[in-house]
Design a protein around this ligand. Structure first.
Ligand SMILES: [Zn+2]
Length: 80
């Protein structure tokens, strides 16, 4: 499936990313696709996009080595 994250960032579908807006995690390919072509965080109450607001989980793990390798869905992982 075509996807901004796989096309622009070379991420793999299924790779975990973290949303800067809601601080929750989802997997690449799960994003909402709006009619405008914009892709958004899959959590319905979040308006974070996949272009600027999604960070690779590995980047979060570097700051928080105590976080799990596979993040829990729907759980908030604060950056600070
Ligand atoms: Zn979000």
């Amino acid at each position: 499936m075509k996807n901004i994250q796989t096309e622009a960032f070379g991420r793999q579908e299924g790779e975990w990313v973290w949303c800067l807006h809601c601080e929750r995690c989802y997997q690449v390919g799960e994003n909402r696709l709006e009619i405008s072509g914009q892709e958004y965080c899959p959590y319905p109450d979040c308006d974070g996009d996949t272009m600027f607001d999604s960070w690779p989980w590995s980047a979060i793990k570097e700051k928080h080595p105590d976080y799990p390798d596979t993040p829990e869905r729907n759980k908030v992982f604060p950056l600070y």
